[in-house]
Design a protein around this ligand. Structure first.
Ligand SMILES: *Cc1c(COP(=O)(O)O)cnc(C)c1O
Length: 368
């Protein structure tokens, strides 16, 4: 039995931003926004205390935060976040893609980081409340969207190492243009050398900023080696592929089957990953979630038994991978161009997200 009181968007009290962008200014800001650089006029917030639970739900002007320098998040990284998008459909409505998946994942991430969960209903209510006032920030251009960034963090001024007794929930939003502005461009991937993203029993399955902090140096090394992204191997044997810094990976085999690393607790389980698997299975394809050694992958690419490689996540949806590089090898996947199945998946997913195709799985939620 759910004993938590019903939370709706009406529980988020609005304080309007008197300095909100004018329509002309908003249009200018939304012209070609770099990812995560332009923020809307408001943010949604809620505060949790150990005695009172969640309360003080509000939508207020987007502004700098007042944070005590001793706040837990600043010292011990007690923080989790989410990432999802609001899409404008041709009929003017605004829809979310599988937001309940993000709500559930944030609750699971929160549990791992010793943070209180926000209910699924509250998560959706906060989005609805923010979009009610910032709805004009959802772009209308093809393949652009409003990126939503929910965040939970420990804010109690306390240098003692224990879960914070005060937690802040924040929801901010950024209009984002098409990820690939000049058409889909396959990326090259560098295999991390001597660094791992996550270990067994660690926080790899949680969407927490610390995982990203640890990926920045290997990501820099990928770039130093002429690659776009870094691929991490498992920490125990340094042998099996896991994922990129912020995207899951798939390999398409010549026999038509599709392989992706099984989730073992060290891989972040993407909503896009789950959707790709469901989509492929609905199309009658065999999807195998298994351990994939780097060795087998490299050999498969070289002997032609692996014909496509792609990464997936909310920001870029599906990204074709053209090259796999390490100090020992540099192999081109297929002819290096975007694969047929890769591009098919990309089209189907984006068509569902933008309402150009029947939502056969019931993945879209109308929010405004
Ligand atoms: C967010 C994230 C993904 C992708 O998840 P989606 O729900 O598909 O956006 C993959 N890996 C990591 C490490 C992530 O943080």
């Amino acid at each position: 039995m759910d004993e938590s009181p019903t939370v709706t968007a009406a529980d988020y009290t609005l304080t309007a931003n008197s300095a909100a962008a004018s329509a002309a200014e908003r249009t200018r800001l939304m012209e070609a926004p770099a990812f995560g650089m332009v923020f809307t006029d408001h943010m949604a917030r809620a505060t949790w205390t150990i005695d009172g639970g969640w309360g003080n739900r509000r939508v207020e002007p987007f502004a700098d935060l007042a944070l005590h320098p001793g706040a837990t998040v600043l010292h011990y990284s007690q923080q989790v976040f989410e990432g999802l998008k609001a899409y404008r459909w041709a009929d003017g409505s605004t829809r979310l893609f599988r937001p309940e998946g993000n709500a559930r994942r944030m609750a699971a991430s929160a549990a791992r980081l010793g943070l209180p969960a926000l209910s699924e209903q509250d998560f959706l209510a906060s989005i609805e409340a923010l979009l009610a006032v910032d709805g004009d920030w959802v772009p209308t251009e093809g393949e652009s969207s409003l990126y939503l960034r929910p965040l939970l963090m420990g804010t109690e001024p306390c240098l003692g190492v224990r879960p914070s007794h005060e937690v802040e929930y924040l929801l901010m939003a950024c209009p984002v243009g098409a990820y690939f502005s000049g058409g889909v461009r396959p990326v090259s991937i560098w295999v991390a050398q001597g660094f791992h993203r996550a270990g067994e029993g660690g926080t790899g399955q949680a969407k927490t900023g610390g995982n990203y902090a640890g990926s920045l140096l290997p990501q820099q090394q990928a770039q130093d080696n002429g690659c776009d992204q870094v691929l991490f191997l498992d920490a125990r044997e340094d042998k099996y592929i896991e994922e990129l810094g912020g995207m899951n990976v798939f390999a398409v085999r010549r026999d038509g089957t599709v392989w992706t690393p099984r989730v073992t607790g060290t891989i972040l389980e993407g909503v896009t990953r789950a959707s790709v698997i469901e989509l492929l299975r609905a199309e009658g394809r065999e999807v195998v979630e298994r351990d994939i050694s780097l060795e087998a992958l490299r050999e498969g690419i070289s002997d032609g038994s692996v014909v496509e490689l792609f990464a997936c996540g909310t920001a870029a949806v599906i990204t074709p991978i053209a090259r796999l590089v390490s100090p020992d090898f540099d192999v081109l996947v297929g002819d290096g161009g975007p694969g047929t199945l890769t591009m098919h998946l990309r089209t189907v997913l984006t068509d569902i997200q933008y309402g150009r195709r029947d939502d056969q799985f019931g993945w879209m939620t109308q929010i405004a």
